[in-house]
Design a protein around this ligand. Sequence first.
Ligand SMILES: C[S@@+](CC[C@H](N)C(=O)[O-])C[C@H]1O[C@@H](n2cnc3c(N)ncnc32)[C@H](O)[C@@H]1O
Length: 260
Amino acid sequence: MAEMVEAPQKHRTGGVARTLITVYGTVVYVTFLVVFLYAMGWVEGLVVPHTINDGPAAPVAVAVVVDVALLMIFAMQHSVMARPWFKKRWTKIVPEPMERSTYVLFATAALALMMWQWRPLPDQIWHVETSWVRVAIFAVSLGGWALVLAATFAIDHFDLFGVRQVLRNQSGKSALPSHFRTPVLYRVIRHPLYAGFIIAFWVAPTMTWGRLLFAVGTTGFILVAVRFEEHDLIDTFGDDYRTYRTRVPMLVPRCGAKPR
Ligand SMILES: C[S@@+](CC[C@H](N)C(=O)[O-])C[C@H]1O[C@@H](n2cnc3c(N)ncnc32)[C@H](O)[C@@H]1O
């Protein structure tokens, strides 16, 4: 099932400007990758020096207020900048080929800010001692991250992170139209990328109050964001998306159902 919607190219850019835009998009993408990989270690408490359970100590109430504020900054940035009405206004200021990269830049900044300023709540809610069980739990959590990555490629990884837009602009081509895609992951559930995050955040051999706050906050945000995203997808793809929504579950696969 595929539907195409033409995306108008508002800004035409010259040679040097095109190159600068390409450099911008590439630098933003590489920066995003580095920060995102760091975030994986930060959440999992693996490899990186600074994790979700480290940082400036604060009384519990202060830590909760600061962490919730950081989560809200992250959620607001993602929610507002992803909306069509915002993009319409924003592209009057920012050249269209740079719009997605700029979204990714702000998202990366919000994520980096959260990791930098997060106040730890390191008391444990559960802690699995048995090493093979810990490894198994880590493996499931890493499976969640792998699902996120697979979903980005299933939809269009380089489009999602603004690289395709700057490369097309570099070769003088206009933006690609939006495609409605239902690759295999998207035939099992409608939001595999978000499901991957939920698995990665919740499945933990050691759960601290800080990680729980993070998991609750991000899951709450995802459940709200899905509503906005689907509203926009219906606006863009109409009945194709409406029908898809009736056939395919949101986040939890139907038991025994074959991908359709
Ligand atoms: C961060 S991705 C998350 C995609 C999806 N919600 C998920 O969890 O797998 C958000 C972008 O994916 C796009 N998107 C979501 N479902 C899509 C589909 N079936 N086909 C094409 N684009 C889709 C949305 O329009 C949005 O620009």
